[in-house]
Design a binder for this molecule. Structure first.
Ligand code: SF4
Ligand code: SF4
Length: 577
């Protein structure tokens, strides 16, 4: 810090949080606050039981006003969860929120040094010293604001996409709905009935489709393909090829991906032929037409076909809804054709939730037989019989007569998933399903701002779940649009055009596609709305031309210097040098 010219009027306040006993139980908070009061520039320091509580926030605000603080340092938990709260508290009393610095003495100190009170205290002092050193060089920043129009594209016209489109249009949002096939409804339109209440797909779909088709807020492109997507939240430009072969562009503020999934076709498994040996989806089509005579009296279903398998070409995951589908179809078969004998061969029945569990017990009560098969010796189909070993503790082989064999296969990622993922620069998992920002905290968002997902393109789900997810995604978009603007953090990278040599090193490493190259000026530029402030680009720039606001060399080196000085003092104190 001594090498840098210090700014004037720096008055730093330090607030050391006990976090109940999370921090105070493992280090001496009072000693840390007293130490902070000796650091250059610190005019006020204190401890709080919970700095994030109403009284803790009130104390920060009061100190800013009464002590004339120009910088605030809070030593507590993680900035990931609490930095926005502290920043907005500073802003409420007129201090620029970027003149706030957070020091993590919980996750990175008390929690990892629970058995060493004294050393944890010394480390906390060092961390606070580093925070104070950086606070000297903090600069006021302004958040970026971009106005957004209430216009959204929904890609996919299955039940999830229809639900999202209708919910958004009902909020007054203009919706562009793009569906690849010539009709709406997706996979649900091929089903015979919907679990767990055996409602008719038409009863659910037809009114929904009619509302979407007739909604004045929805522009529908059927038989159309998304050819290109560029831009960022508030300004996505989507190129659509219509079924007539015309190419047009729509500009929207957000995108909902709802392209669904497709059934796995079990080629080469159990003699699948699409006639006497069929999939559950093919059985659904027969049941829709109430075709019973052709099915035969003895129906056997085999679960986990092509699923939960490490074999090449098969899927390692549980299809999640195949057991529900099998039980539902078995019940429907018995209801339509009571003389039919139905057996289900399974590894584990995955009928989650009370409604699906009740469906399973109903199936049992109707005389549908359930047999566990040994995964190491899967069933064999021989001369009109299905042979399997039902008990891993005995070698008894059971043979079931079989007129119709139904294979329960998983849904797999849509053929278009990779192309859409590439266009939107959003991730897919190892199986090609889209990967949400956070499975629990942000299950319907992508990490990319303004892009959302719902339905079976995320992972196989029931029609009811797809509908709920579609509505949920619409709510997420609504929350974004309701503000009329996008506010982005000021902590973004910027390129110094005078020193940038145009080597494009930064462009290649940015995970968010926030950097572009200007051929005329021969420099790279950062789009501040797309930039997530990850800092990756700053590490590769040979001329230090790209820097991250809030993490510039002066700020970082002041922290390094403080930590070295602190280490020297600790070593002296413990007489190790
Ligand atoms: Fe891209 Fe991260 Fe650099 Fe921003 S800070 S431009 S997101 S690499
Ligand atoms: Fe310019 Fe640095 Fe990016 Fe190279 S890495 S293009 S010098 S900003």
């Amino acid at each position: 810090m001594k090498d840098f010219e210090k700014p004037e009027d720096v008055r730093i306040g330090v607030f050391v949080c006990h976090c109940g006993s999370n921090i105070a139980g493992y280090l001496d908070c009072k000693a840390v606050a007293e130490y902070a009061s000796t650091l250059p520039g610190v005019v006020f320091s204190t401890t709080n039981l919970y700095t994030c509580s109403e009284s803790g926030i009130a104390e920060i605000k009061r100190a800013i006003l009464d002590k004339g603080l120009t910088r605030v340092v809070v030593a507590s938990c993680s900035p990931r969860t609490h930095e926005p709260l502290f920043r907005s508290s500073c802003k409420e009393v007129g201090l620029n929120p970027y003149l706030f610095e957070m020091v993590n003495i919980r996750d990175q100190c008390s929690w990892v040094h629970m058995k060493d009170f004294e050393e944890a205290t010394e480390k906390a002092k060092t961390l606070v010293r580093m925070g104070v050193a950086k606070a000297w060089f903090l600069e006021p920043q302004e958040d970026l604001e971009v106005p957004i129009e209430a216009k959204v594209a929904v890609i996919g016209g299955g039940i999830a996409g229809l639900s999202a489109a209708e919910s958004l249009a009902d909020m007054g949002v203009s919706v562009v709905l793009v569906e690849k096939s010539p009709h709406l409804g997706g996979l649900v339109s091929y089903l015979s009935s919907l679990a767990p209440h055996f409602s008719s797909p038409e009863e659910v779909l037809n009114p929904l489709i009619a509302r979407v088709e007739n909604h004045s807020g929805i522009r529908l492109y059927l038989g159309a393909t998304v050819r290109g997507i560029e831009g960022y939240v508030g300004n996505y430009r989507i190129r659509i090829e219509t079924r007539e072969g015309e190419e047009l562009q729509e500009t929207v503020s957000a995108v909902v991906v709802a392209i669904g999934a497709k059934p796995y076709v079990p080629l080469g498994l159990y003699g699948y032929d699409g006639r006497g040996i069929i999939t559950q989806l093919e059985l659904e089509k027969c049941l829709r037409k109430r075709e019973g005579d052709a099915l035969g009296k003895d129906v056997v279903m085999i679960q986990c076909v092509g699923a939960r398998s490490q074999k090449e070409g098969e899927k390692s995951y549980c299809g999640r809804i195949c057991c529900i589908t099998a039980v539902k179809n078995a019940i429907l078969l018995k209801e339509l054709f009571p003389d039919t004998r139905v057996s289900i061969l399974y590894r584990d029945m995955q009928t989650y939730g009370s409604d699906f569990e009740a469906m399973l017990w109903k199936a049992r009560s109707m005389g549908i037989k359930f047999y566990v098969y040994d995964v190491n010796r899967p069933p064999e189909v021989r001369e009109g019989r299905v042979l399997f070993k039902s008990n891993i503790f005995s070698d008894e082989v059971i043979g079931l007569p079989c007129d119709l064999l139904v294979l329960s296969t998983p849904l797999i990622a849509s053929d278009d998933a990779t192309a859409i993922a590439n266009l939107l620069r959003v991730p897919v998992d190892a199986n090609g399903f889209f990967l949400e920002a956070h499975v629990k905290l942000r299950p319907l968002d992508f990490a990319t701002d303004g892009v959302f997902l719902c339905g079976s393109c995320r992972f196989p789900c029931t029609a009811e779940e797809a509908r709920i997810q579609g509505m949920g995604a619409a709510a997420r978009v609504g929350a974004l649009l309701s503000k009329g603007k996008v506010v982005s953090s000021a902590i973004v990278a910027e390129v110094n055009a005078l020193s940038c040599c145009g080597c494009k090193g930064c462009l290649g490493v940015c995970p968010y596609g926030a950097i572009t190259y200007d051929e005329v000026k021969d420099v790279c530029e950062v789009n501040p709305i797309l930039c997530k402030g990850c800092g990756t680009c700053t590490g590769v720039c040979p001329s230090q031309s790209v820097q991250l606001k809030g993490f510039n060399p002066k700020q970082l080196l002041s922290q390094v210097h403080a930590s070295v000085e602190s280490l020297k003092e600790i070593l002296t104190k413990y007489e190790r040098i």
